[in-house]
Design a protein around this ligand. Structure first.
Ligand code: FAD
Length: 316
């Protein structure tokens, strides 16, 4: 197929999850192309899943994988997406050496399977939400993309979620993303389902990954909520509330918008009762569904954090 024609699906990235997606799409018979900046399918960490998937993909003649091509830019039109590619290779130290050769492809749908530092995720402007588990000794950080779909563009695998090994085998969740998206795209390309069906990819997968994080946290001995109570702000009423709650044994996290001022000592009781204060966190959203409250906050670098609790106390 020449680059002047329009693909049904273009996928950026051919890691473990990308290979799964390509194998699933290959069975649908749609016009699919994959672009990967590495020079071969080999991922540098040998695993059975990669070898098995590579065989499956190569049995699917309709999924050409073009190696040595890096997506450099994305432009959206109402009925298709254009992807600018340039030649690339990975050097001995793992750095990307970019070439001059450029190429443009057009597609009806674009999949970002381009890993944790996803260009496709950046393009749709989806920041990463951080969910932390904290037990004093360890902090486990899970990251979820704010959005997994924007129009004709989708995220799967590490582009959509980065879970620490203690929480989950990451590839497993990525394979589930691929399964959830492949049949929806297949139906959409055959004229069924419309936008609501494609939206349901994200609404199915996000609660699943969130539930998995909660369950794993539970299994690891943590409360399935991050903390029991979130207190917003360190003004005197907030500190009094936090002190009272903490003295009854509840786990409290205070989110304070002001940056940490090393000159002002933290109240001694905070450490004693295990109250955890996060400075430089501006609260931008509170979602209380009656069972648990999810507070979204941002740090000065614009990173977003989700903290969940049974309840929260806001400053009057
Ligand atoms: C060292 C290491 C060991 C791991 N071990 C395990 C394990 O034992 N079990 C487990 O479940 N998980 C493991 N993981 C995590 C697991 O590898 C990832 O969760 C999984 O690979 C995610 O797959 P992915 O396809 O989403 O992303 P990736 O595997 O990261 O693949 C993304 C691909 O996209 C390509 N790419 C990125 N940007 C572009 C671009 N602009 N243009 C073209 N191509 C691009 C990259 O070259 C890469 O091949 C490990 C990760 C690492 C780094």
């Amino acid at each position: 197929m020449s680059d002047n024609e329009i693909y049904d699906v273009v996928q950026i990235g051919y890691g473990s999850v990308g290979q799964t997606m390509a194998a699933l799409l290959g069975r649908t018979g749609h016009r699919v192309a994959v672009f990967e900046r590495r020079c071969s399918h080999y991922l540098g960490r040998e695993s059975c899943i990669d070898t098995a998937l590579y065989g499956a993909v190569h049995d699917s003649a309709s999924v050409p994988a073009y190696f040595g091509w890096e997506a450099a830019g994305i432009i959206r039109y109402h009925d298709h997406v254009e992807v600018r590619l340039r030649s690339a290779r990975i050097d001995e130290r793992g750095g990307v050496v970019r070439g001059e050769v450029a190429r443009t492809v057009r597609t009806r749908y674009l999949i970002g399977a381009d890993g944790a530092a996803s260009l496709v995720r950046d393009h749709i402007g989806a920041g990463l939400l951080l969910i932390e588990f904290h037990d004093g000794a360890h902090t486990f950080e899970c990251k979820l993309a704010e959005r997994w779909r924007d129009g004709r563009i989708f995220l799967i695998g590490d582009a959509a979620h980065i879970l620490p090994p203690a929480v989950e085998r990451r590839t497993t969740q990525g394979v589930r993303d691929a399964q959830a998206l492949a049949w929806r795209l297949d139906l959409a390309l055959r004229g069924f389902g419309g936008s609501a069906l494609l939206d349901s990819y994200e609404s199915e997968r996000v609660p699943h990954v969130r539930a998995l994080i909660d369950r794993k946290a539970n299994g690891m001995g943590y409360n399935s909520f991050d903390v029991d109570v979130i207190v917003i702000g360190t003004d005197p009423p907030g500190l009094t509330a936090a002190a009272e709650i903490a003295s009854s044994g509840a786990r409290v996290r205070i989110l304070e918008q002001r940056p940490l001022d090393p000159a002002s000592a933290l109240p001694e009781w905070a450490g004693k009762h295990g109250v955890d204060i996060r400075f430089g966190r501006e609260v931008v959203g509170v979602d209380d569904n009656g069972v648990r409250v999810t507070v979204t906050s941002k740090d000065p670098q614009g990173r977003s954090y989700l903290t969940t609790a049974r309840r929260y106390v806001a400053q009057p």
